[in-house]
Design a protein around this ligand. Sequence first.
Ligand code: NAD
Length: 270
Amino acid sequence: MELTGRVAVVTGAARGIGRALAERFAAEGAAAVVVADLDFDGASGVAEAIGPTALPVRLDVSDESEISTFVADVLARYGHIDLFCSNAGITTGHGLDAPASEWERTLAVNVLAHIHAARAVVPAMLERGFGYLLNTCSAAGLLTSVDDAPYAVTKHAAVAFAEWLSMTYGDRGLRVSALCPQGVDTDMLRGGLAVGHRGAQVTVASGRILSAAEVADAVVAGLAAEEFLILPHPEVAKYEQYRVQDRGRWLAAMRHLRSTAPGADASQSR
Ligand SMILES: NC(=O)c1ccc[n+]([C@@H]2O[C@H](COP(=O)([O-])OP(=O)(O)OC[C@H]3O[C@@H](n4cnc5c(N)ncnc54)[C@H](O)[C@@H]3O)[C@@H](O)[C@H]2O)c1
């Protein structure tokens, strides 16, 4: 799918990867880019920087009724949605110490939001015979996430839901891609590094940290090729191969990586 003339929606677009996607889609000639985020001031700043093709909207993706009203409003305004990017996401930094409320919040933002969006937008896409869902997952959804259990579990679920959508509707005009980056230089990763979180340190030690703009480059190429898995860090495909070939060996390697992570205290298991 080329972006020229398209109507695109990006959630979590006030900063980071979402911002870079919105800016890049506009630069590629999208007719409209909806910049949706909980942070309305941030979304407005991004929309202002993009120009008249951008529309800022305050949206909490974890709230199903907000998403369905939002999609109805965008459809009423532009007539259709070519590309819906469920990109908003959160980390917890917690393991077994994460309370149930944190699991629920992470599930709501990282997984249920993708489901609410699909429920709201897929019927119109099927009726039109075309539509594209880009769901931002993570390399954590193909591998795991050191010292962040809710993140690892919800990102796996997000990949599973994207696969399910592609299997179920891929022959009826729906395109689906799962974006699975490793480390990206955004507030999410910077916040983890600032508090010395082991997972953030492992991410930095495991490969190149890309800019959000480099992720947007990979997305534009992945959408053009209509690839299901968009891997801005190509080595993630190799790591996933190791995992499926011999899970026991892969888990032993992950335990070693975790216990020798720079700056981490191997005796601490949160
Ligand atoms: N940064 C990385 O290293 C990395 C790696 C792999 C995957 N990802 C994924 O990429 C996506 C974007 O992450 P980022 O690094 O740009 O993070 P970020 O924290 O910089 O930006 C996330 C944005 O999502 C918004 N948001 C959070 N909860 C929301 C909600 N309920 N409703 C609407 N908006 C909400 C925030 O306001 C923020 O603008 C996430 O899904 C994340 O899990 C990030």
